[in-house]
Design a protein around this ligand. Structure first.
Ligand code: ZN
Length: 197
């Protein structure tokens, strides 16, 4: 190769590394468009995330996605729930309180902030069905459980940030996904305290 190739910038490298990391976890990856065009700091974004372009898509290899995102840094990167994991999504206050409680218990669920509005916890695929049946109506009104069709925008998508990434940042080793059932008791007490209706 001669020296005329584009020199990749650190931001490009970070995008490519994230996409490669998701691919190593076996997550299907898709290209999307951003949900907003704001220039505010992502944590303040009123409409973080993104959506798939068009209808059904074939998953895109990580390398192609990394290339695409370096040319179109505002585009979104998404995956689909159900195959590799389910999700539990909570409003900010309940999510923050739950993280504190899980931390005290020594549990580390992969967790993703959507702006500063919502927190999404990743749990073992298929495990939210039983959780949904065990939670009170009030708790179910506060949270959102993924279905197999739920698309999830991932960092580096605008406004999306890992609180706890799905791998160990030091070694890159995938974090085991706990069952959603492990959230039952902490969710019950957190919802009781923070989601007064
Ligand atoms: Zn925005």
């Amino acid at each position: 190769m001669s020296g005329i190739g584009k020199v990749s910038r650190p931001a490009d490298t970070a995008r490519a590394l994230l996409a490669a990391g998701y691919e190593r976890l076996g997550w299907p990856l898709y290209r999307g468009v951003p949900a907003c065009a704001c220039t505010s700091r992502p944590r303040n974004c009123a409409n973080p995330g993104g959506r798939l372009v068009g209808g059904r898509q074939q998953p895109v290899p990580a390398r192609a996605l990394g290339d695409h995102l370096s040319r179109h840094p505002d585009d979104a990167l998404l995956t689909v729930c159900g195959g590799r994991f389910d999700t539990v999504t909570l409003p900010r206050d309940v999510g923050s309180a739950l993280l504190v409680q899980l931390d005290r218990q020594g549990d580390a669920f992969p967790a993703l902030w959507s702006g500063d509005r919502e927190l999404t916890l990743l749990v073992r695929a298929g495990s939210t069905v039983a959780l949904g049946e065990l939670l009170s109506e009030r708790a179910r009104a506060v949270l959102r459980l993924s279905s197999t069709r739920t698309t999830l925008p991932l960092p580096p998508t605008h406004g999306m940030a890992w609180d706890t990434p799905p791998w160990d940042p030091a070694t890159g080793t995938p974090r085991p996904l706990p069952s959603a059932g492990a959230l039952l008791l902490p969710l019950r007490s957190t919802v009781r305290l923070y989601a007064r209706g």
